[in-house]
Design a binder for this molecule. Structure first.
Ligand code: HEM
Length: 121
């Protein structure tokens, strides 16, 4: 995957996702406004490492333990659906060459389910 879409593919995808976050009523309040650039870098580096590129994420953050790292945030089914919706839109926008887009769609759908840690209010 990294060989197919490269640093640039992941960078464009994650940028397209985070561009939508500040205007989103569910997700925006979960992020520290001044941390959005750093958050974008963390997600990008995680994906790059997970899909065969340099392991910058693990070098700077250690083992991902994503479910544990999301525990402080209220990831309700509604928040998960919104996160996935924004990510699917980002995938449309990034126009990654096939089959990268479909592989990432399946990956995000699965992993986002595992992040749910609260029920809807
Ligand atoms: C299901 C809905 C999700 C919500 C609402 C959510 C929300 C958040 C928030 C608020 C943060 C903190 C921002 C920061 O890094 O400072 C974060 C971090 C992060 N998220 Fe998510 N996330 C979701 C799903 C996912 C998924 C599916 C992945 C991976 C495929 C992911 C990967 C990450 C990573 C790598 C970090 C940085 C963790 C760290 O090193 O501290 N998230 N997420």
């Amino acid at each position: 995957m990294y060989a197919a879409i490269g640093e640039d593919g992941f960078a464009r995808l994650v940028a397209a996702f985070y561009r939508q976050v500040p205007a989103d009523a569910i997700l925006a309040p979960m992020y520290v406004p001044g941390e959005l650039v750093a958050a974008e870098m963390r997600l990008r580096d995680f994906l790059v490492g997970r899909f065969g590129g340099p392991s910058r994420y693990i070098e700077s953050r250690g083992h991902p333990r994503l479910r544990m790292r999301h525990a402080p945030f209220a990831v309700t089914p509604a928040a998960r659906d919104r996160w996935l919706q924004l990510m699917m839109r980002a995938l449309d926008e990034a126009e990654l060459p096939p089959p990268a887009g479909d592989i990432l769609r399946g990956f995000f759908a699965d992993v986002s389910m595992m992040m749910i840690n609260r029920t809807n209010d």
